[in-house]
Ligand binder design. Structure first.
Ligand SMILES: [Zn+2]
Length: 64
């Protein structure tokens, strides 16, 4: 469980926007970017490379 204090200071590294905490599965969502940042052992992984894209065309791949 991530503390509310930590959640308050965390922002999306892409847009600097607020994040939404989800418990199941545990992750932090940026609605603006449609990215889900994973949480590992109560540590939010605030890396775009680690984030999961929530929506988008499946035919678009970057960095392949
Ligand atoms: Zn964002």
């Amino acid at each position: 469980m991530i503390s509310q204090e930590l959640l308050d200071i965390l922002v999306c590294p892409v847009c600097k926007g607020d994040l939404k905490y989800e418990k199941e599965p545990e992750r932090l969502i940026c609605a603006a970017c449609q990215l889900a940042y994973p949480v590992k052992e109560d540590i939010p992984i605030m890396l775009v490379d680690e984030a999961e894209k929530l929506e988008g065309p499946p035919d678009h791949k970057s960095g392949a």
